[in-house]
Design a protein around this ligand. Structure first.
Ligand SMILES: [Zn+2]
Length: 621
């Protein structure tokens, strides 16, 4: 039974990263094993995005994005690791392994998920049926008063939960067992000891009778997955008293429903979002349905809570352009603010549609019509223009202090933008729009805006390395190259394993100690010993940059001589460094007139100087 990890490894082995990245990025061959192109993860005009065919990784020297074929697919498609494995497998035509449950518990859970999906579907059909009954006249009345016609009601599968707490239970009983009913989130129950015991019922019936509908006298809006499967409900109360619970009641989280992963209406909107390449985000489900019914099919709702990272990633698969139509100044201000912050960090291009005070999209469309809404939509404002207006509203005075306050209000927003170039542009624009004349202040803003990631974006670092260190890094990372057909040229020494040789010298003599790449070489030594992919090491950004840049360089083929020369060179450098040290100590000794020490150091210096010649031969056994 193959584990999913084995499957991923086998897919990775069969995948050619150059071909797969090539589906997304125009690549140009730039060396024996390297390809270059414009980075899809940041804006650039000259290519700093490289793909290495031998080691099967990509690395961007501009934005530091990097990893293997799965990382690339995850990042560009905005999907999870298992989804990326599946996608690459599909591209290669590799069939997915049959699902094997690793334990009876796992099999039980899979069965439970299936039953939970079934029961939601059955409940949805039940609510739809109920809406047609005479007892639901007030529910239909409510929906018509909100401007929904029969077609929209059917399309959204809107239903009615009757006042009775038992109709749904009785309709589902017999098809689903007690546990599924309880886990469905559709029912509440009282503890057994709170119920009167009736002697003529079996204990089983007594227990079942304890279940009653959570949703009563409510208009029911199904919540679905991206594929349109019903997983939960929102019920809007039709009662006018306060005793019937909240105005909107949502299903609790269940094994199939997690609020933070779902976007209302994504199933119906996704094609339009892709095609139009933007999405309209509204707050409530009713807003969403009205906007959709008005002909704007690319609309989804966040359901009143702050957007989560998962939701942003889910949405990002369809479009990165978003028009946000909720008022960040009203009751949900904190949630709206958090949502927007998340979308900015997620590199979404955001516009804000602000309707006249007192209007939500639903009311606006009903009062002004769909065309007025479409018109308002085309006049939506870029998020940063909106923020600048807001800052000017908060600090209207033209004094330098006031302007500085406005800047400080805007700065954290700017700093959330992932692209440094865009941050810099924003800083310039903000200075301009706020009328900041002080060049010092302007510089300060630009610096603060761009330096947010100063620690992350670094200049090419490989220049800090000696040639010898570079050869040894390449040798140690060459594990996979030995088996790659592109390197198995004719006449090549087949017994020569550069990684093994480099590993031998470095571990025997610890020659790299004290060198710039010391920690990195140690990590590569460990990777070699444990047969790990060097690019999968948990390196810090700087070291990952180093390995990537060394491997991406166009270089001569690794030969035994090249590796030996590198080792000799390290030996020599080590001795020269010792000599430097010695020189320092000698100076100190002479200054202190310590003749004995000076003599000893001079002798040592002579020995070291002589050893430089023999260093190239290696240690004597
Ligand atoms: Zn990049």
């Amino acid at each position: 039974m193959a584990s999913s990890g084995d499957f991923a490894a086998s897919v990775k082995q069969q995948a050619d990263i150059v071909r797969i990245v090539g589906d997304y990025v125009k690549l140009r061959k730039s060396g024996a094993q390297n390809y270059q192109g414009l980075c899809p993860f940041h804006q650039e005009k000259t290519p700093s995005f490289s793909v290495h065919a031998g080691n099967q990784f990509f690395h961007c020297f501009g934005c530091n994005a990097g990893g293997d074929v799965f990382t690339f697919i995850q990042k560009i498609e905005n999907i999870t690791f298992p989804e990326a494995v599946r996608m690459v497998a599909e591209k290669l035509g590799v069939p997915m392994p049959k699902v094997n449950y690793s334990s009876p518990e796992e099999a039980r859970r899979a069965k439970q998920r299936g039953s939970l999906l079934d029961i939601q579907e059955r409940a949805c059909a039940f609510f739809q049926e109920q809406l047609k009954r005479p007892e639901a006249a007030h529910a239909r009345e409510y929906l018509h008063s909100r401007g929904l016609n029969a077609e929209t009601i059917t399309e959204f599968r809107i239903g009615f939960a009757p006042e009775s707490g038992f109709l749904l239970r009785d309709a589902l009983r017999g098809q689903f067992d007690e546990e599924v009913m309880r886990e469905s989130g559709l029912f509440s129950w009282k503890d057994k000891d709170q119920l009167p015991i009736t002697s003529n019922q079996s204990p089983d019936v007594q227990q079942r009778s304890a279940l009653y509908s959570k949703f009563r006298n409510r208009v029911m809006f199904p919540i679905t997955t991206e594929q349109g499967k019903v997983i939960a409900f929102t019920g809007r109360t039709l009662a006018t008293d306060d005793k019937s619970g909240p105005k909107y009641l949502n299903s609790p989280e269940t094994p199939i429903y997690s609020k933070s992963r779902v976007l209302f209406n994504l199933d119906k909107a996704k094609e339009a979002i892709r095609k139009l390449d933007y999405v309209i985000l509204v707050e409530g489900q009713m807003d969403c349905i009205t906007v959709y019914a008005a002909g704007l099919r690319n609309v989804i709702a966040s359901s009143g809570t702050a957007f989560t990272d998962l939701q942003a990633r889910l949405l990002g698969r369809f479009s990165k352009k978003i028009v946000v139509n909720f008022d960040p100044d009203t009751a949900g201000a904190a949630a709206a603010e958090r949502s927007l912050a998340l979308l900015v960090s997620g590199d979404f291009e955001i516009k804000v549609l602000t309707l006249e005070a007192g209007f939500d999209p639903d009311l606006y469309i009903r009062k002004r019509g769909a065309n007025a809404y479409i018109d308002a939509l085309t006049h939506s404002q870029k998020y940063f223009d909106y923020l600048i207006d807001r800052a000017r509203g908060m600090y209207p005075s033209r004094t330098p202090e006031s302007k500085q306050k406005a800047l400080n209000y805007l700065l954290p927003h700017i700093q959330r933008v992932p692209s440094r170039i865009v941050r810099d542009e924003l800083a310039i624009e903000v200075s301009h729009r706020l009328g900041i004349e002080s060049s010092v202040l302007r510089q300060e803003l630009r610096h603060a805006a761009t330096s947010r990631s100063a620690g992350r974006i670094t200049a090419p670092v490989s220049t800090q390395l000696t040639d010898a260190e570079r050869v040894l890094i390449r040798a140690l990372a060459s594990r996979d190259l030995a088996h790659s057909p592109t390197t198995a040229r004719e006449g090549q020494d087949l017994d020569f394993d550069p990684a093994r040789q480099a590993h031998y010298f470095l571990t025997q003599e610890r020659l790299h100690e004290g060198f710039g790449a010391h920690a990195l070489l140690d990590a590569l030594i460990t990777a070699h010993e444990q047969s790990l992919d060097p690019m999968s090491l948990p390196l810090d950004d700087n070291d990952r940059h180093l390995v990537a840049s060394v491997l991406m360089e166009d270089h001569e083929e690794l030969t035994p001589e090249l590796v030996e020369n590198a080792v000799r060179s390290l030996r020599k450098s080590a001795i020269l460094r010792q000599l430097d040290n010695l020189q320092q100590q000698l100076k100190d000794a002479e200054r202190r007139n310590d003749a004995a020490l000076s003599a000893r150091l001079l002798q040592e210096r002579m020995r070291l100087r002589r050893s430089i010649g023999s260093a190239v031969e290696g240690p004597r056994n």
